[in-house]
Structure formats: structure tokens, C-alpha cells
Design a binder for this molecule. Sequence first.
Ligand code: UDP
Ligand code: MG
Length: 327
Amino acid sequence: MHDAHDANKAPPASPAAVDLVLLVAARDEAASLPLLHPRLLAVAEGLGPGVRLLYVDDGSRDATWDLLQGFVAGAPDRVGALRLSRNFGKELALTAGLDHVPEGAAVVVLDADGQDPPELVPALVARWRAGAEVVYGRRTRREGEPWLKRATAAAFYRVINALSDTPIPRDTGDFRLLGPRAVAALRGLRERQRFMKGLFAWVGFRAEAFDYERAPRLAGTSKFNYWRLWNLALEGITGFSTVPLRVATYVGLVSAAGAFVYGLWIILKTLLWGDPVAGWPSLMVAVAFLGGLQLMALGIIGEYLGRLYLEAKQRPLYLVDEARLPP
Ligand code: UDP
Ligand code: MG
């Protein structure tokens, strides 16, 4: 695969240099991994000696780590595995993986459940060789996903793209190839509150979409329930947009203007027709409505402030418990 390097990409230092890493984050995937690993290995071998696999065990409670150690033992110069000290979530597991990719290598990110077919990797690599720095998988069909998930996903992309300054391509997952420059750029983004799809889009470079059919899970169940997805969506919106803060300002301005007009009307009414001490219902409505708006605005500020607080603590993004990396 070394002939793939054109003038833009640094030539490998030695024949054994790593030029591509297939990165897989896994949490409790003991049922899928034995099915996926042989496929990934075959793809890596087909692509050449400079292609490696890197698994990140994101605090699994099942036999995932034992399996990964077995994979490493089976091909120690090609397969590496990292074990995080606990479950940090997929976004941070991928970050840990990217941090452990050898300098100058491109990365393909895949799910551990086989939803991103490894057999498509050579096609992604071909697009990269043809000059794209980032090749992202775009799902043409979401096989085996309930309609509610598809509908909420569609709504999410609409909202985030209306709010965010960085356009985030819809129906893209984390399945993608990142060239060495994109990998280096991503490594430089050390924010704790991470929304990888947004960060991938933020780094820019020449990006091309690659349409594929997302396969159903090989085994096991999805780790992302709706509550987690909702939180991921909040992460995405707060991480890539300050529009909600501005909305709070404008809602406040509009309701203040409304209150001012209403106040004028009350004064006028009292002057013209006296003050019969009525209007308890309208008073309650105004108090309750404004109280609600104030709490909502405080909540929005709180979301941003909380994230600021978490960033300010400067804790490491993840902790590695054990690393078994190829020499
Ligand atoms: N994953 C992870 N850490 C987590 C949750 C999930 O590394 O805390 C991995 C999981 O093992 C899988 C990928 O992230 O490889 C996608 O997860 P899943 O298939 O559950 O999500 P879905 O495809 O349903 O969106
Ligand atoms: Mg999945």
C-alpha cells in the first residue's frame, strides 16, 4: 500500500511503518467481536503489511477484554488493544484510540457490532488515495432500526444544522476514514464534552461522502437508548452552537416588550374606566408564564455553565488501564 502515498502524504519511515489503523471501540461486545474480528483481519491483510487493528475496550463487563487479548495474541504485530479504566462512553473511547494511533497513519473508525461492514474499508481507502482527506460513510438505509430512532435522528440533524455554525452531514455515523492530517487535527481538540460527529465536521479538509447500507447488529443490543441519545444531542447542540443562549435573550426581550405594552394598557384602562380591582386571572397567567420563561432561560444558561465547569476542571479525558500495542 506504500505506492498509495502521493506527494502530499509523508512516505513511511520503514517498510513496516503503519499507514492505516482500523479503530474499533467496544463496550460489552463479546457476542459480536468473534464474528467481526476475522473479517477485519482479512481486510487488513488484504490491504497490506502497514494496516493494523486497534480495539478499545470501553469498560466492558463481559468477556470483551479476554477476547481482545486473544486477538492480540493471535496476531501481535498487527492487532493492538487498549482497555480503559472504566466506561467513558464511545466518544472518549474513540478519542483514546486516536491518541494511540502511530504518527502519520490514517484511521478508519468502525463499530464493533458489524453495522459498519469491514468489507467496505478498501473502497474508503481508494477514495483517500484518490485525494480525499476524510471519507465519511453516509447511511442510505438504516437496517434494523425502529422508526422512532430514524425519526428522532432526522429531527436531530434538522435542529443541529439549523443551530450550528459547522454543518454536520446528516445520516453519517462515526464510520469514516480520517487521513493523517485530520487525525492530527482531531488530536488537538481536547474538549471534555465531545460530540465526535461535530468534531469530525469541524476539522474540515477535503471530505467526501460514501453511501452504504448500514447492516443490522451482528449480535447483542444497542447501547444507546433514547435517554443517552437525547444527552448526546444536547452535547452536540451545546458544543456547536450558542444559539439557545441567544434565543433566551430574545424570548426575554419579546416578553418584556409585551409586558410593557400590557402595562400601558392597564394604566390607560384605569384612567378611563377606574380600577374595579379585577384581573386576578390575568395576573396569575402573567406570573406563571414569566416564571416559566425565567426558569427556562436559567436552565439554558445552566447547561452551558455546567459544561464550562467540567472543562475548567481539566481532568484527563480518559484513563488507560492496560495497553497491548504492536511494537
Ligand atoms: N460503545 C462504546 N462505549 C459505550 C457505548 C457503545 O464503545 O459506552 C460502542 C459499541 O460497542 C459499538 C459502538 O459504540 O461498537 C456503537 O454502539 P451501538 O451499536 O450500541 O450504537 P448504535 O449502533 O445502536 O447507535
Ligand atoms: Mg450499533
